[in-house]
Design a protein around this ligand. Structure first.
Ligand SMILES: Cc1ncc(COP(=O)(O)O)c(C=O)c1O
Length: 440
């Protein structure tokens, strides 16, 4: 039986939304038997649809985009930590809840597999090259634990890793005595490339580095790293936690061998969704470590395992949440509706304003490179007169601005992310706060 209270509170929830800029969903959710228990069709939260290029300061368009996010209605916080968790717009939540409801109402489950094709199209690869995971770390682990390596083989990471691209490799080092080499990040793309080149030896088998660092937002010269690595027979794994949803990612153009990412940062999808791209020609070099239903091409009690699934599905297995992956597809529709180039321009304009303002404050040391191609929507800086954790707490208490402190590697710095629901006014407020803290 439909729960009238629930239905009416949800109706109220969706009444918060305003109309306009509507884009139709491409998800096959129509015609469900429990239709009367759902918001009306015309209450489907909108996807803002951009007419080609939108100026980063087009107030009308970006205000409408902002309205689509519950996070902006929480007047207790200003959220500038999308790099940790990307809040979903109403549309993504609507698809997620509606699919979950369908599963529980009809008793059918499964069907999450169609997300492979959507993700593949989004990052330009073949559907068979996508494994559906739950986060970035899981994708990195599939490679770090499964790539055929022997004792003494070397992997290169940088000195600006998230734990998710360091611990899996150190785990493998502990187990199989491979060697983890650390290349320092340079001040720009050329220096970083040079540092990586100098760390390569005859034993290097894979370079596993962030596409964009989580510390100072430096975009690494991915294509150049791949070209260098491949010229020496070395593989490249990119930790792509941040770029999808922030700027265009084309794995075939980059040429990398593996790309691990998630739905829960700049894509603004459901939390606990991820994907891993594995170039088809490498399936035999990466052994599936965690396996089960779906990983195989058949098994029985006599022969045992007959073989692997011929696709990257061999690396994922078992029951998955259809609602999560429908939500992930919805987030791709949301991003596509606005247009990834519009998102990049808006995100970067906000970040540039922030960097320009920070550069005027004497106690601030900016850690993000100014080089255009090496930066976008993630800004790192240090306050010379205040430890990062003290500033982070003070900022939250006094200004209600949520950012991320970076204690990793002794960096003692701050990280701000600017995404489509943020405003130039929020950047101004943050700058005011930093100025005040710098004078304390
Ligand atoms: C660069 C980078 N890599 C990996 C991760 C880990 O991501 P997940 O929590 O999805 O595994 C993060 C998370 O913030 C990150 O910033």
């Amino acid at each position: 039986m439909a729960n009238p209270n629930k239905a009416s509170s949800r109706r109220q929830f969706f009444k918060l939304l305003s109309g306009g800029f509507l884009a139709a969903s491409s998800l096959p959710l129509a015609g469900l038997a429990y239709e009367q228990n759902l918001p009306e069709k015309d209450q489907v939260p909108p996807i803002p649809k951009a007419p080609d290029l939108v100026a980063p300061d087009d107030m009308k368009f970006w205000s409408f985009v902002r309205e689509q996010f519950p996070i902006t209605r929480n007047n207790k916080i200003i959220y500038m930590n999308n790099g940790t968790m990307g809040p979903s717009p109403y549309y993504v939540q609507w698809v997620f809840f509606r699919k979950e409801e369908e599963v529980n109402f009809t008793g059918t489950y499964g069907g999450h597999d169609i997300a492979r094709a959507k993700v593949a199209q989004f990052i330009n690869c073949s559907e068979k090259e996508i494994s559906l995971t739950h986060n970035v770390t899981e994708g990195i682990n599939i490679i770090a634990q499964g790539l055929k390596l022997k004792r003494g083989d070397e992997v290169i990471i940088t000195n600006h890793e998230h734990a998710g691209n360091a611990i899996p490799w150190y785990t493998r080092a502990k187990r199989d005595r491979i060697v983890v080499k650390v290349a320092p990040l340079g001040k720009d793309a050329a220096e970083t490339l040079n540092n990586i080149e100098r760390t390569i030896t005859k034993k290097t088998k894979i370079i596993s580095v962030p596409h964009m660092t989580c510390t100072n937002g430096q975009i690494l010269p991915a294509k150049e790293i791949v070209r260098l690595a491949h010229s020496k027979g070395i593989l490249v794994l990119l930790d792509g936690a941040h770029p999808p949803g922030m700027f265009k990612v084309d794995v075939k153009d980059i040429g990398c061998d593996f790309y691990a990412s998630c739905g829960h940062k700049f894509l603004m999808g459901p939390k606990g969704t991820g994907f891993l791209y594995i170039k088809e020609e490498h399936f035999d070099r990466v052994e599936p470590i965690m396996t089960g239903g779906g990983s195989d091409s058949g098994w029985d009690y006599k022969t045992g395992l007959k073989g692997w699934n011929p696709t990257a599905h061999r690396y994922d297995y078992g029951t998955q949440s259809a609602a999560l992956f429908y939500g992930l597809m919805a987030s791709i529709d949301f991003v596509d509706g606005i247009g990834i180039d519009n998102i990049t321009r808006r995100d970067k304009a906000l970040a540039t304003k922030l960097m320009e303002g920070l550069s005027q404050i004497s106690q601030v040391e900016i850690l993000t490179p100014w080089e255009e191609k090496s930066r976008c929507a993630l800004v790192g800086f240090r306050l010379k007169n205040m430890p990062y954790d003290k500033f982070q707490n003070w900022l939250m208490e006094k200004y209600r601005i949520r950012i991320r402190g970076v204690g990793e590697g002794g960096l003692n710095s701050l990280r701000i992310t600017t995404h489509i629901y943020n405003t130039f006014e929020e950047v101004d407020l943050l700058l005011k706060a930093v100025k005040e803290a710098a004078s304390l």
